[in-house]
Design a protein around this ligand. Structure first.
Ligand SMILES: [Zn+2]
Ligand SMILES: [Zn+2]
Length: 1021
């Protein structure tokens, strides 16, 4: 006997019981260990940060991470899965800064780096318990007891080793460069971090500034001479456009397009100079053009210069000048300072004025031009983003200084026009501060040196969805820039670079032993902690000059930490030095949000390519964004976050998993809707549950026990058909999961369950119901049993709880020698000899004809319960007609008709007295006339239906025998007598008694076919 299954089910409750079962029986560990010795399937966990609650997007990633290894384990692979935690970096520091109420690095330094980092270390695991609980509850099977943790000394040591490898290959360098800088966090961001924080529709100033021409008699050409003459007549200005007024005090040049035409126009007794192509856009096309000249005529050393908007020497700011590659030489104060124009190839004639303001300290292009043309270099902003010096707007944050700078320029007549613009601008992805492009020294990894290897390696990776490969990821690699990987912060893997105090020599350390072996090494304290500030105490002798070497202050980008996990989780090469050969590298599978093409996917790929010139993952699912039901991004401030626990506690983890797998392909952007979870529960999980409950209920009544060796010769076409469909399903699901397509696989299962419930079980109901235990009945039980058991195994990777429930009751309770969990069982193997394509096609045709027949009945307003004399059918071919003749009994029963007639063409069906329903080449016509005999039979069936509903309402068991009472008009009494045997059999009535129902009977009255009837049912003791 199977344990009884109520058709009403509380999935969350069922799941809690299963969780206990897994926990008590170590099912996850055994599901891994039982396959030890088989080929490995390697999964890398992209480590989340456990300093905040897991959200619905984490659940999304985690269920897709889970399903593939579960499937592979059932396919016989040895599939250990190790959890990981990302513990370093800005997110953690920001959280602690918030707790401490800090807003600057100075406050951290004052508080003490050791105390600050201790707080970070504690904060990292603030939500660990919740993460573990969520991970277990959604059945993401991963080893939580032995996770890798990026802040462990061993982990850091491997990261150091990796950096040292790159250092030795000359791939690590320090560049004085313009980098995207977060003034709040006080650190540079890598380009992939910048990519995470672009915002559209940001409002900024759009201003046209006048730079006063300083006339010089020393002219190099006729054009310049004329310009000189003009500028002596009236004040003349170069007109330039910018959206970042705060960079104007740092201006040291204006750039023009060498080949473009520039004009001098007259406006309000002044001359303005700009590109002729943009006159209209700037609104100066009505002005008189007094001179035309080429960009190259403007860009000369001596001829035409302009006066700085702000002479740095007047405001206590240092002026330097580029010299050679990157030397910046301080310049003497000069109260006659002028700057010049330069001709370049990057000046746009699409927007602005064709004259571009250059601030080499605040733009990548500007910096390069500065180096190239040996321009002046002026920093007017500190690393916190505040204006320095004695400017009237000194001390202000740059964005707050913008309007003050414009006011200042306006008062001096140097502002031509001021507007607002909406454009795309990058913000810090962590703290949402606008980024500043800022020239400073940063450590780089020369990833551009291995660009070809990055691209070649990507060709070996299978991306799901495929378009990421040459789209998002491929583009990113094609446009590769060196990885700015140092951070001027505290809580991170320290950059293992030491610098000599005396001769400026740099050394990189590749591990603790490497350090200890260096001459004069000192400063090591126990217990070992490789973080700041302790690592800053470690010093040794300079191999060049013998002076002290001290570590540089930077830590590294935490994306480097997580990208090093293939090695660092194993403390390679200090331990596990066979890693690259023994099957643990590369990974077969990883999965994260597709935005990780610039995050973890990239850092994994870059590090692996830099070290080994090969990729470290073979297959990757990149899932899309998860939005709220209206398609808006979820955020705490909007209050539209989906709380995963609420969904799980209401519907269960399987429902949420199934929804996430099935609703849309992983790569698509999805809108989360709780309503859809409810809908999918009803449509799929409850449908399957009802089939399961139906099976167990009847099997227990009939004391059916499955036979392990059941070699059935199936009698019924229905059985043959569903077994064919089942085996086809096994093939389809196996193929789809093997192709990393859980959505496709799940949809096939859903469609099968739908057929199983709405066709197989519905059409087979009477076979289970008949009391004789004949071969046909046994065939029906065995068939349905086989379907449910196979489904439990196919579903195990998708809905591990429901699969386990089915398996425990249907298999474990009967076959003690079988694996004691569905997750220890093997994935089903299809018996392709059982696949009968013809039968499948025929059955589909029957379904179609039935559906058309029901549509015709509904059009005619005739219930299916009312038998009809015949149905007329037209199909596409003789072959189809033969198929239908073979399956005729099914159609007669489905449509409740006595006979089936065929005609050749749909056109012939338009006879009076018929209602037709058609689709393509198929049509079905039903007669609308009903004979008195058929009407009586229809009424009998209606009465049976009412009695069956009453039995349920009265709470009778389906196997209970009853007595039925009735009262009604003569016609009713006649039907009760004429169809007595039929009614008794269908309703398990021992007797049909015509009188008022007695004491204890369940009674109801109806109007059927225009006649009043009173019915009563009473259970027999
Ligand atoms: Zn920031
Ligand atoms: Zn030295």
């Amino acid at each position: 006997m199977f344990h009884s299954v109520n058709s009403k089910v509380n999935f969350p409750q069922v799941e809690e019981n299963i969780l206990n079962f897994w926990r008590n029986n170590n099912v996850f560990e055994r599901s891994v260990e039982s396959r030890r010795g088989s080929p490995r399937f390697v999964f890398y966990e992209g480590p989340p940060t456990a300093n905040g609650s897991p959200g619905i997007h984490h659940v999304l990633a985690r269920v897709f991470k889970d399903i593939i290894p579960r499937y592979k384990a059932m396919k016989g692979y040895y599939t250990p899965r190790i959890a990981g935690w990302d513990t370093h970096g800005l997110p953690v520091e920001l959280e602690v800064e918030r707790e401490l109420g800090f807003s600057s690095k100075a406050q951290i330094e004052e508080y003490g780096v050791d105390r600050f980092n201790t707080r970070c270390r504690e904060s990292v695991f603030g939500y660990l318990k919740e993460w573990e609980a969520m991970t277990e509850r959604i059945a993401f099977w991963v080893d939580l007891k032995h996770p890798y943790i990026t802040m462990d000394n061993k982990y850091i040591e491997t990261v150091w080793w990796a950096i040292k490898q790159m250092w030795d290959k000359g791939l690590v360098y320090q560049g004085y460069r313009v980098t995207p800088h977060c003034p709040r966090c006080g650190t540079s961001l890598s380009s992939h971090e910048v990519a995470l924080g672009y915002r559209d529709d940001v409002e900024d100033p759009s201003v046209y500034i006048k730079f006063k021409v300083v006339p010089s008699p020393i002219s190099e050409s006729e054009e310049q001479k004329r310009l000189y003459e003009l500028s002596r007549e009236k004040p003349a200005y170069f007109l330039a456009w910018t959206t970042t007024p705060w960079t104007l005090p740092g201006n040291t040049a204006l750039a023009v397009a060498a080949d473009a035409e520039y004009v001098v126009v007259e406006l309000d007794n002044e001359y303005l100079i700009m590109a002729s192509a943009l006159l209209k856009q700037v609104g100066l096309d009505d002005c008189e053009v007094v001179e035309r000249l080429k960009g190259s005529d403007l860009a000369t050393i001596t001829g035409v210069n302009y006066k700085p908007l702000f002479n740095p020497h007047d405001f206590g700011v240092e002026r330097r000048r580029f010299q050679g590659q990157s030397e910046l030489v301080p310049q003497e104060p000069d109260d006659k300072l002028t700057y010049r124009l330069i001709a370049t190839d990057f000046v746009s004639l699409e927007e602005g004025t064709g004259i571009v303001h250059m601030a080499p300290a605040y733009g990548e292009v500007d910096y390069e031009a500065g180096k190239d043309k040996e321009l002046d270099f002026v920093h007017t902003v500190d690393l916190q983003g505040n204006i320095i010096g004695t400017y009237p707007f000194a001390g202000k944050f740059v964005k707050e200084a913008d309007p003050l700078i414009l006011d200042d320029l306006k008062s001096r007549g140097l502002l031509y026009r001021s507007e607002k613009i909406r454009h795309t601008y990058p913000f810090c992805w962590r703290c949402e501060t606008p980024l500043l492009y800022y020239a400073k020294q940063t450590w780089y990894i020369r990833t551009t040196a291995v660009k070809e290897g990055l691209i070649a390696g990507n060709n070996e990776i299978n991306w799901y969805p495929e378009h990421i490969k040459h789209g998002r990821f491929g583009d990113w690699l094609e446009n590769n820039v060196d990885w700015a990987f140092s951070r001027e912060r505290y809580w991170g893997t320290p950059l293992p670079v030491w610098k000599c105090e005396s001769c400026n020599k740099y050394e990189c350390a590749g591990g603790v032993k490497d350090l200890k072996e260096r001459a004069g090494f000192t400063g090591l304290k126990e217990p070992l902690d490789l973080h700041r500030p302790f690592v800053d105490e470690l010093t040794f002798d300079c191999p060049e000059c013998g002076a002290r070497m001290r570590r540089v202050p930077e830590v590294i980008d935490c994306w480097f930490d997580s990208g090093a996990m293939p090695l660092a989780q194993w403390h390679y090469p200090f331990e596990n030095d066979t890693l690259l050969e023994d099957g643990r590298f590369p990974a077969d599978y990883i999965c994260e949000a597709d935005e990780q093409t610039r995050g973890w996917f990239y850092s994994l790929h870059a590090i692996s390519t830099l070290l080994f010139n090969r990729p470290c993952f073979r297959n990757v699912i990149g899932h899309g964004l998860i939005l709220d039901v209206k398609g808006e991004k979820m955020s705490k401030t909007k209050g539209n976050m989906v709380e995963p626990w609420a969904v799980i506690n209401k519907y269960g983890a399987d429902a949420l998993r199934w929804y996430l797998f099935i609703a849309t392909s992983p790569g698509n952007v999805r809108r989360f809707s709780e309503k859809s979870v409810a809908e999918i529960t009803r449509r799929f999980l409850l449908t399957l549950w009802n089939v399961y409950s139906f099976f167990v209920t009847y099997a227990n009544i009939d004391r059916f026990t499955p036979d392990a060796e059941a070699t059935l010769s199936f009698q019924s076409e229905l059985d043959k058909w569903i077994i064919s469909e089942l085996n086809q399903l096994v093939v389809d699901v196996d193929t789809a999961l093997d192709g990393y397509n859980p959505t496709e696989a799940g949809r096939k299962i859903e469609s099968f369950v739908n057929d199983l419930s709405n066709w197989y079980v519905r059409r087979s109901r009477r076979r289970f119901w008949k009391s004789e235990n004949d071969a046909d009945k046994r065939s029906a039980y065995t068939t349905l049993y086989q379907c449910l058991v196979t489904l439990s195994k196919l579903l195990a990777p998708f809905t591990p709880f429901l699969a386990e429930e089915l398996y425990q009751n249907l298999v474990s309770s009967v076959f003690p020698e079988a694996p004691d969990s569905v997750h220890l069982a093997d994935f089903p193997v299809a018996d392709v000899t059982k696949i009968d394509k013809q039968l499948v096609a025929d059955t589909q045709l029957v379904m179609k004809i039935s559906s058309l027949g029901r549509a015709a009945r509904s059009q005619a307003g005739i219930k299916v319960r009312q038998p009809l004399a015949h149905v007329v059918v037209s199909v596409a071919s003789n072959k189809e007609q033969e198929s239908l003749e073979r399956l005729k009994p099914q159609i007669l029963e489905e449509l409740n008709v006595k006979d089936l007639e065929f005609i050749d063409s749909v056109a012939e069906l338009g006879k009076p007295g018929y209602v037709v329903s058609s689709e393509g080449n198929c049509a079905v016509a039903i007669p609308t006339e009903i004979s008195p005999e058929l009407a009586g039979e229809g009424l009998a069936r209606e009465i049976v239906h009412r009695l069956q509903v009453m039995r349920r309402s009265a709470g009778f068991d389906i196997a209970d025998y009853i007595v039925t009472y009735y009262q009604g008009e003569a016609y009713i009494r006649q039907v009760m007598v004429d169809y007595a045997d039929y009614i008794k059999q269908e309703t398990l009535s021992r007797q049909l008694i015509e009188r008022v129902p007695g004491e204890g009977a369940f009674t109801e009255s109806f109007k059927l076919g225009g006649y009043d009837i009173l019915l009563g049912v009473k259970r027999l003791g």
